[in-house]
Design a binder for this molecule. Structure first.
Ligand code: 5GP
Length: 182
């Protein structure tokens, strides 16, 4: 069944792991590759993890209407969903997943109300803090910014069609799949 779903949630909640589990274990799913102006992390590949763009390149895509949605996340960097690959995958009958932040989720829901929006929540605030610290891909200042964002994001979960707790990756992924395919 084709369609569009958004998966959001606070930083370090494990959205990426849940989405990877879905792609590895189920067919007919297509994950949209986002564009970003942030620097690649070690191991990240351009065109696979993100399309890594300069701010000018990103702005051009906005101005020419090629972004389905976009937002400034964690203070300074742009993140956005290139429109064309999403349209193509839906036309091919795929179930398209956008793993994007809450501002982006709102934009997609507003422009395409049939979109199913899923919020992945942590089992507790303490667990979220501990997951962020153990990831250690950000320095302390960046972690503090991400935790601030996470607080605001957790407050927005009521805006989503569904809230799924990531207590266990496989369990969470199965629940998400059932919801987006229902
Ligand atoms: P990270 O820098 O850790 O890869 O991602 C930071 C945040 O950006 C995450 O919350 C992620 O969901 C969000 N994000 C990634 N891609 C997009 C996108 O295309 N659009 C929007 N609005 N947010 C995105």
């Amino acid at each position: 069944m084709s369609g569009l779903s958004v998966i959001s949630g606070p930083t370090a909640v494990g959205k990426g792991t849940v989405v990877r589990y879905l792609l590895e274990n189920f067919e007919n799913l297509h994950l949209s590759v986002s564009a970003t102006t942030r620097d690649p992390r070690p191991g990240e590949v351009d065109g696979v993890d993100y399309f890594f763009l300069t701010k000018d390149e990103f702005k051009l895509l906005i101005e020419t209407g090629q972004m389905l949605e976009y937002a400034t996340v964690h203070g300074s960097n742009f993140y956005g969903t290139p429109r064309q690959p999403v349209e193509t995958a839906i036309a091919q009958g795929k179930q398209v997943i956008l793993e994007i932040d809450i501002q982006g989720a709102r934009q997609v829901k507003a422009s395409r109300p049939e979109t199913k929006t899923v919020f992945i929540a942590p089992p507790s605030w303490e667990e979220l803090v501990s997951r962020l610290r153990s990831r250690a891909t950000e320095n302390e200042a960046e972690q503090a910014i991400r935790l601030e964002t996470a607080k605001t994001e957790l407050e927005a979960q009521g805006e989503f069609d569904y809230v799924v707790i990531n207590d266990d990756v496989a369990r969470c992924a199965h629940e998400v799949l059932e919801l987006i395919q229902a």
